[in-house]
Design a protein around this ligand. Structure first.
Ligand code: FES
Length: 581
């Protein structure tokens, strides 16, 4: 129930931020209001209504977010119903599939756009419309650095694709790609899958990074319950947007800021939930970066300590069988939150109720998609494992639920690729000296080394091994992996090779030992030999000497810190100290 007396008291106590613009008299107030009125806005809109910014990551170059103008209209309806004044604004958008060299290079730039756009404009609260992978962390990171009342509305996943009677989605690209490389599928057939896979608006239809991010914001308490999984094409997605529009007005009235929701407990909840859904490895760098903005101390070890023993409760691709559409029909994230119950902190969310309390009525409608109890989990331990050793002194990560159990402990010879170009040039060669016991090593794909830490860590297996029936082998790099991918892949090696981590010193034929149960990743080469090799190592010069990329390379932190730019950590709040008018 809304406490009207309290709201009125708060309004009296606290002047709305937007009134520093629209509440002014004289020339300044005239200018602030008059130019807005060219959009046909009546004068009473400016007299003390909460101004709600709708931060829209719409772009036709971001197909996953291409329906967001329609979604923004639903948000506006909700804001108007609740007595607010909605104002939509654009920010940079990052389409995972098109942006070169990699969308991750621009996540931090986009977050700067979001931060400065929010702070510089007369708004009291913000609705963040996000969908494709980086658009969610970038908007949340930027909003955290301002810390106004904020709520996330996700765009929703695409409907499941169907090809020749078989359900398909993004994870199948990796399978079809290997089928082509193994000569089992022709190029023409491969092309004919395209329109069958992406048959509706929305983001990737598996528990890839976009869906993981949507689940992340719901488990952090930053969205209304059920936000994560409603398909983009489902009319209930618009309802979610409208209800969120109403809710943000209440949040402004109650002055519930991001920092009130994003406590240490909320981050712990997100880690536990991510483990239970078998979420993307990209979750790690994005959650770390968000924590850094809001001022919560989070370390790589938290992901292992809190998440690695959590049972897997969702049977979703890429780790399992089903799709996001099925996940929603089976009850969605509230069923998972209810099942996790006492493992979670019952802390406040954007709707003013606590996370677990929000989900007490959740029901599971398909136990093959979601396990409603911990006892019936699809795997007893899920989450992200963090390994250390002389090959990853500050850590590397692996997602055991997407890996091959027999490869969790292994010793094998390194087959080294100095960079992604070297990999592309040699991986298909028939005379490449490699067998299934080898360890593929890829250097210079970390935050600084690529730059931008692309999703290339799940290197394709050499065709001659594919033809021999090899489905998985160990791969190690300082890069990332698509949330839709799978395999025994060690990622985010830190320190990365471009800053002189031992990864830079690995040579063909070196023995590498992986031991996930004991959290070890070691290069079996003596310290003396490594010191000798280091003498002839020098940092690569990638030739970026100007612009944002130059700034990025100079200031980006390592992946175990979240790969944010060092000067963006923390927040500056919402106060604007200078006024040129
Ligand atoms: Fe946008 Fe997968 S490409 S979510």
């Amino acid at each position: 129930m809304i406490d009207i007396c309290r709201i009125n008291q708060l309004y009296e106590m606290k002047k709305l931020r937007s009134q520093d613009w629209f509440g002014k008299t004289g020339k300044d107030g005239f200018i602030y209001r008059a130019w807005m009125k060219n959009q046909g806005i009546p004068d009473d809109e400016f007299r003390g209504k909460p101004v709600i910014g709708i931060c829209n990551t719409w772009s036709e170059f971001t197909p996953c977010n291409a329906h967001f103008r329609e979604l923004a209209e639903s948000v506006k309806k909700g804001v108007l119903e609740a007595g607010g004044f909605p104002v939509e604004f654009p920010v940079m958008s990052l389409g995972e599939t098109l942006i070169k060299p990699t969308a991750m290079l621009f996540r931090n730039l986009m977050s700067m756009d979001v931060e400065e756009s929010i702070r510089a404009n007369p708004m009291d609260g913000v609705v963040l419309l996000a969908g494709c992978d980086k658009t969610t962390p970038a908007t949340v990171m930027g909003a955290c650095s301002v810390d106004l009342p904020s709520i996330v509305v996700s765009g929703g996943p695409m409907l499941t694709g169907h090809y020749r009677g078989k359900p398909i989605a993004t994870s199948d690209i990796w399978r079809y790609k290997d089928a082509v490389r193994a000569g089992e599928m022709q190029q023409e057939e491969f092309r004919s899958v395209e329109e069958c896979m992406c048959r509706s608006q929305g983001h990737c239809a598996v528990m890839g990074t976009a869906s993981t991010m949507a689940c992340m914001v719901e488990s952090l308490g930053l969205s209304l319950p059920s936000n994560a999984a409603i398909p983009a094409a489902d009319s209930r997605r618009k309802v979610m947007a409208q209800l969120s529009g109403r809710q943000i007005v209440e949040m402004v009235k109650n002055d519930r800021k991001l920092s009130d929701v994003l406590t240490r407990e909320a981050f712990e909840n997100a880690i536990i939930v991510n483990a239970a859904i078998g979420g993307s490895t990209n979750f790690v760098v994005h959650l770390m970066a968000i924590a850094g903005r809001i001022g919560i101390d989070l370390s790589l070890d938290d992901f292992d300590k809190l998440g690695s023993q959590i049972p897997l409760l969702a049977n979703l691709q890429p780790s399992g069988d089903h799709f996001m559409e099925d996940f929603y029909y089976a009850g969605g994230l509230p069923v998972i939150i209810k099942a996790l119950g006492e493992k979670l902190h019952n802390v406040i969310t954007v709707n003013g109720h606590n996370l677990v309390d929000n989900c007490t009525d959740a029901e599971c409608f398909n136990a093959d998609v979601i396990s409603p109890t911990l006892q019936d989990a699809f795997q007893q331990a899920s989450g992200i494992a963090v390994v250390y050793g002389n090959l990853a002194e500050n850590g590397a990560i692996i997602k055991p639920s997407a890996a091959t159990a027999e490869l969790m402990t292994h010793k094998g010879k390194a087959v080294v690729f100095e960079d992604i170009e070297d990999y592309h040039a040699r991986i298909n060669l028939e005379d490449l000296e490699v067998d299934e016991t080898c360890v593929l090593v890829l250097k210079n794909v970390g935050p600084k080394g690529y730059p931008g830490m692309p999703e290339v860590g799940n290197m394709g297996i050499p065709p001659k091994l594919l033809r021999a029936g090899v489905k998985d082998m160990i791969r190690i790099s300082d890069g990332r992996m698509s949330g839709t991918a799978f395999g025994t892949v060690f990622l985010h090696v830190s320190p990365e090779s471009a800053v002189g981590g031992n990864l830079a010193l690995v040579q063909d034929g070196d023995m590498i030992e992986v031991d996930v149960p004991n959290r070890k990743l070691n290069l079996l080469v003596s310290e003396e030999e490594l010191a000798e090799r280091r003498k002839s190592w020098s940092a690569p010069d990638l030739g970026y000497h100007r612009g944002y990329v130059n700034l990025y390379i100079k200031t980006v932190e390592q992946s175990d810190q979240g790969a944010d730019l060092d000067f963006l950590k923390g927040k500056s709040g919402s106060t604007v100290t200078r006024d040129s008018h």
